[in-house]
Ligand binder design. Sequence first.
Ligand SMILES: Nc1nc2c(ncn2[C@@H]2O[C@H](COP(=O)(O)OP(=O)(O)OP(=O)(O)O)[C@@H](O)[C@H]2O)c(=O)[nH]1
Ligand SMILES: [Mg+2]
Length: 310
Amino acid sequence: MQDRQTRCGFVATLGRPNAGKSTLLNALLGQKISLTSHKANATRKQLQVIVPHSGIDERGAYDAQIVFVDTPGIHHQEKLLNQYMLAQSLRAMSDCDMGIYLAPASDEVRHYEEFLNLSRDKAVHNRHILLLSKTDMLDNATLMRKLAQYQPYQSHYLALIPVSVKRGFAPNELLDVVARFLPDSAFLFDEECVTTAQTKEIAKEFIRESLFENLSDEIPYESDVIIQSYEEGKIERIYATIIVEKQSQKGVVIGADAQTIKRIGIFARKNIESLVGKKVFLKLQVSVQKGWSKEIKKLKKVGYDCTDMS
Ligand SMILES: Nc1nc2c(ncn2[C@@H]2O[C@H](COP(=O)(O)OP(=O)(O)OP(=O)(O)O)[C@@H](O)[C@H]2O)c(=O)[nH]1
Ligand SMILES: [Mg+2]
């Protein structure tokens, strides 16, 4: 009997803000690891999610380890943090073996053209699956017209797949297609490993997600989270600081009778508890750090290292 092949590779998940990248990765893994939000620009740095998959195709029977790299939405803004976010996406385009570009079904095709231009000299340029996402938002006839509009670009993409993560999503069908293009390689990670991120980093992201969920206007964009300490034990004890730009924002985050910060804490704690499978004690405080996102040195303290942005 022939040995099963092993395949392993890095797959950048790319697209404009709010395209559904992080939601897709959570659905492929079957577990929430990446923060998601109805507000755009939620993901700020790369996150690796490792999905095992086995199958059989024209190359033979295989066991695969697919390392999906979640990235911030591709957008252009002058602020240093936004430049860092774009650099994270560009780096994934260069470093990964292949990509998945998510184009929401309601998007205009010109955005895909912009991606092709941006990725011109990158590894994923002609090595990506074009995923038409959020197809549940269109009727069938419109979806067919949309698919036809992407046909002229077929020399650039490996496959064109319509997907709705919210309705009738079949992860294995997409994983089969991804695995077909993965390099032959031994596994790079332990088989039980689902992410290269530390639990502490994911906890930070879940608290940030709660800021996006519970606060409006500019505050989610002008705030971030620093985990001061993460103590493992029968109960995980997490002490974290929410940093904001202005004194007035601190008041909003805390809220009347501290009701808002309580809500933020409960929402985040539930997600962290599901992740670690244990009770979590989460203590949040708020600190005003004016200009925290405007200087390289300050951003580094919050976890965004801009020193070698490409
Ligand atoms: N209707 C519909 N909504 C979806 C689908 N997939 C994701 N969404 C929603 O789209 C919004 C954005 O999802 P995210 O996964 O955070 O998008 P993202 O591309 O990671 O966004 P950024 O990190 O900001 O770039 C959320 O409100 C999701 O619930 C889908 O298949 N159908
Ligand atoms: Mg995201």
